[in-house]
Structures are given as structure tokens and as C-alpha cells.
Ligand binder design. Structure first.
Ligand SMILES: Cc1cc2nc3c(=O)[nH]c(=O)nc-3n(C[C@H](O)[C@H](O)[C@H](O)COP(=O)(O)O)c2cc1C
Ligand code: SF4
Length: 476
């Protein structure tokens, strides 16, 4: 590797020197401030409510629900950890399917009449844990992420893809076994699915959530629709048609709920699919089609934020105020989505210093925030910053480049990070996520997700041995 591990950069000065020598642009505050008036501790107003600070827990599923889509003890533990983190915005908890054929795995949570009570109790456990640690939950905002996994659906068997796609795609079809047009959802099927999203939002309101996220990221159905340039009919081709799914869901939710707010998790840019090249280093897969990337440019590995910016303008027009930003897809270009030193074992070696990936997401969000200052932007992909996450996070928020700092993997290994940073408590270096990617590799191998290397709870579980064996097999 031609770039250092972040853990080897022993202080802020050496971290910044590395950034400057590598021409990687990231803002950095030397001193991290603490307390309620600090940049990360300050509150935020949206939808007439207060969000108590600038940390947001990003959605992360654990592949650990029951076969009928209810939470298990593992799911509950994860949500309690979200509550004790101290973050005041919980973006979605995890992806929750609006119906069975849209599940990304047979253990994904699903919201329906039968499961609504259990999903409500998940939220309640998060709130009560938060109250036990911080007293007040009036400034805690919790949403539920609603999804249909589309191309990446595996509703019945972890090993059997059952893709429902928007349009044909040479490279991605090959990967999930789409051989003919029968996998394409018809316009009528999409109309029925819109009703399912609306019904799910009604249940989410009953379960006490303040907002639902109509998921449009990571290659799942909503995101693929945005890129459906070759699709004929009402949901494809023009920008207007490609955004119809979102517009109709939003209109349906507004009509069917009392005051449910709506947010969108959006891949604000995308690259073509990557694959291992020489020495397993990632390369753009030959034969890929750059025109089918939403927010990507004609090269296939660059951003063009013109359409994403237009979409955010549209969101504002239809009453959406919050965008949780992300990029690409964990399935076909994970290095732009969750930068890591150690890739998941079915992946490829990073083609760039993962800090470039962090900087790309930060820059994209900065650009969009400048264009849409009234929208609330949550940033993602910060975990790779490791010990310097608070310095960069604070600098981003203080300079108005984003409104809230999203935490994904870091919160699996170090749940108390937001409370430690804002409370000025000691930094727990041993808990810092080093991007080993076991939380991604495990589910790819049919094992529940969790931080096996650092979380004592997962370290002790028998799945750890299964994971070790699977990694050894894959590395041969
Ligand atoms: C184990 C795992 C599960 C995830 N599940 C979801 C999910 O259900 N919904 C979603 O929008 N993103 C999901 N993500 C992506 C994260 O929300 C986040 O965007 C990503 O990890 C990058 O942020 P980070 O650098 O802080 O980890 C998941 C990530 C991981 C590691
Ligand atoms: S398994 Fe733990 S250390 Fe590895 S990437 Fe996931 S959260 Fe980070």
C-alpha cells in the first residue's frame, strides 16, 4: 500500500501533514470544543422541533431479525447502543422492508400490522436507554428507514438473489443473475409498491417515529430508479419520470398520516461497478455503463452533482427538509461508500487512499449545502478518520459544510463516542474502529453483523470462529 494507516499518524500534526502531502482536502480543527455551545454540541431546528446536537447515528442493519421480520435481542442491543451514544438524531435505525419481496436478506426487519408493536418497542428501548444516560429525550429525533431492496433483494435465502430491477444493466445483471426482462418491475407493480411505502409510513407513525426515510441510496430500488434512463414508461427516462416514485410516495404519506415528516437517504453521487484488477486492486469493471450512474459523470469514476442538486431542489418543493447523504453502493463500489483500509473479503483492495473517499463525500455535501442552504444535510463516511473524526467533524459543522455528522461503523465499535466528545470525556482509543470490515464480511457470509474485532460482546460469540474460517477460506 502506498498510503499509511491512520493509526500510524500519531498526532493531528502528522495527520494534517499527510493530507497536505497527498493533496487531500479536509478541514481540521486542532482543538475539539466541548459542551452544549460547541459546534458539535449545539442544537439544530427542523420541522418545528429541536435536535439536541450535531451527531447522527446512521442506519445499520445487523442481519439479525426473525424470519418474519421482528427484532431479536441482538437488534435490541444495537438500538440501545444507539440510545446510549448521546447522538440526538437517529437516522432510520436500520433498513426496514416495506414488504417481504423487498428484504435484502431473510432476517431483515419488516414493518407490517403484525410487527408494528415490536418495532415500536425497539424505538422505546432506544429512548429509555437515552433517558437513563442523559435524562432528557425531548431533543432526540428518531426516524425509521423504509426500503425495498430491488436488485439486491434476497428475501428467502441468504444465498439466493431474487432481484427486482428497474432496467437492464450489463455488469450488475451478471452479478445478481438477471438473464431476461422478467426481473424488471412493471409500472403497475411500482404503483402498488408506492402504496406499500405509504402503508408502512402510517405504521411507523403509529409506532412513534418522528419521520420516515424513503431510502434512495446504495443501489437499492429507489436509487436505481433515479438512474433509470433506459426505462420506458411512467417511471423511467426523464428526470420527472425517474423521480415519480419519490413524489408519489411523499404525496401518499402526506395524505395518509397526521404529521409524519419525511427524509431521504440519498447516494448523492455514484461510480460504475468496481472489480478486483491486478493485485486485487479495484478497477472500474470493463463494459460498465457510466450513463446509468445517478450523480456520476461520463468517465464512470467522477461526480456530476447537477441532477442530485436538482433532486434536492425538488425535495424542498415537496416539503422534505432533511437529506442524509451517502454515495455509491456497498455492493458494487464500496470504496466510495464506506472507505476502509481492509476491504470486505469479497471485495477489492482500495484503489485510493481511503481518506480520498472521505474527502470526496465531504466535498460533495459541501457543494450541495452551498446550493441548498435551507436544507439539513447529514454527512456520512467519517469513520475512516478514526482518531481525527472529532477534529474533522467539528471543522465541517463549524464551517457550515454540513449540519450533522453521521456515524456508521464507528458507533458499532465505540458507541459512546458522541457523549465522550461533547462531554469532554477521555477518548477511548481502544474502541476506535480501524475499518477491518468484519461487520460487512460477516453478513456476506450469512453470519449476523457486529463488531467482532473490538466489541467484547461479539468477540465472545461463536460466530466469531465461523467468520475467521470464512475469511481464511476466501483469502486462499
Ligand atoms: C454493517 C453495516 C450495515 C449497514 N446498513 C445500512 C442500512 O441498513 N441502511 C443504510 O442506509 N446504510 C447502511 N449502512 C451504511 C452506513 O449507514 C454508512 O453509510 C457507512 O457505513 C459509511 O459510514 P461510516 O464511515 O461512518 O461507517 C450499513 C453499514 C454497515 C457497516
Ligand atoms: S467490524 Fe468493527 S472495527 Fe471492523 S469495520 Fe466494523 S465496526 Fe469497524
Amino acid at each position: 500500500m502506498s498510503y499509511p494507516r491512520v493509526a500510524s499518524l500519531k498526532n493531528g500534526e502528522s495527520f494534517c501533514r499527510h493530507l497536505s502531502e497527498s493533496s487531500i482536502e479536509l478541514p481540521f480543527d486542532e482543538e475539539v470544543q466541548t459542551g452544549a455551545e460547541s459546534p458539535l454540541g449545539r442544537s439544530l431546528e427542523v420541522h418545528g422541533r429541536t435536535i439536541g446536537n450535531r451527531f447522527c447515528i446512521l442506519p445499520m442493519e445487523g442481519w439479525d431479525g426473525t424470519s418474519d421480520g421482528k427484532p431479536t435481542d441482538l437488534t435490541r442491543r444495537r438500538w440501545r447502543n444507539f440510545g446510549l451514544s448521546g447522538a440526538k438524531l437517529i437516522w432510520g435505525g436500520e433498513a426496514v422492508a416495506v414488504r417481504r419481496d423487498g428484504r435484502a436478506n431473510p432476517n431483515q426487519l419488516m414493518i407490517n400490522e403484525g410487527n408494528c408493536g415490536e418495532i415500536a418497542s425497539l424505538r422505546e428501548e432506544l429512548v429509555s436507554t437515552h433517558e437513563e444516560h442523559f435524562g432528557d429525550s425531548s431533543d432526540l429525533m428518531i426516524g425509521l428507514q423504509l426500503t425495498h431492496s430491488g436488485r439486491y433483494a434476497r428475501p428467502n435465502d441468504k444465498k439466493r438473489p431474487e432481484p427486482r430491477v428497474v432496467q437492464r444493466n450489463v455488469v450488475l445483471d451478471r452479478r445478481v443473475g438477471v438473464e431476461d426482462d422478467s426481473a424488471i418491475l412493471t409500472d403497475d407493480e411500482l404503483s402498488r409498491l408506492i402504496d406499500d411505502f405509504v402503508a408502512a409510513a402510517v405504521l411507523a407513525e403509529r409506532a412513534g417515529f418522528t419521520f420516515v426515510d424513503v431510502k434512495h441510496c446504495h443501489g437499492y430500488l429507489g436509487h436505481e430508479l433515479l438512474a433509470g434512463v433506459d426505462r420506458p414508461g411512467r417511471f423511467g427516462g426523464s428526470f420527472e419520470n425517474r423521480t415519480r416514485f419519490l413524489r408519489d410516495i411523499v404525496a401518499g404519506i402526506k395524505a395518509a398520516t397526521n404529521e409524519m415528516n419525511i427524509g431521504v437517504r440519498l447516494s448523492v453521487f455514484d461510480f460504475v461497478p468496481y472489480c478486483p484488477g491486478e493485485d486485487r486492486i479495484g478497477i472500474a469493471e470493463p463494459g460498465s455503463e457510466p450513463r446509468k450512474t445517478f450523480g456520476g459523470n461520463a468517465t464512470g469514476d467522477g461526480m456530476d452533482l447537477a441532477e442530485p442538486s436538482r433532486l434536492i431542489e425538488l425535495m424542498q418543493e415537496i416539503g422534505i427538509r432533511m437529506v442524509c447523504t451517502t454515495a455509491g453502493s456497498p455492493y458494487y463500489n464500496p470504496h466510495i461508500q464506506r472507505p476502509a483500509f481492509f476491504p470486505p473479503s469479497d471485495g477489492y483492495q482500495p484503489p485510493e487512499d481511503p481518506l480520498v473517499g472521505v474527502s470526496r463525500q465531504v466535498a460533495a455535501v459541501e457543494q450541495l449545502k452551498k446550493q441548498h442552504p435551507e436544507m439539513i444535510f447529514i454527512g456520512s463516511g467519517y469513520t475512516y478518520l478514526q482518531d481525527y473524526l472529532p477534529n474533522v467533524g467539528q471543522a465541517v459543522v463549524a464551517r457550515g459544510m454540513a449540519d450533522s455528522i453521521g456515524l456508521g461503523r464507528m458507533v458499532l465499535s465505540y458507541p459512546e463516542l458522541p457523549a465522550d466528545v461533547i462531554g469532554g470525556r477521555d477518548w477511548q482509543r481502544k474502541k476506535v474502529c480501524r475499518t477491518f470490515s468484519d461487520c460487512t464480511t460477516a453478513p456476506r457470509e450469512g453470519i449476523v453483523s457486529g463488531c467482532y474485532p473490538l466489541d467484547p460482546f461479539y468477540k465472545k460469540r461463536e460466530e466469531r470462529d465461523l467468520l475467521k474460517a470464512a475469511k481464511a477460506r476466501l483469502q486462499k
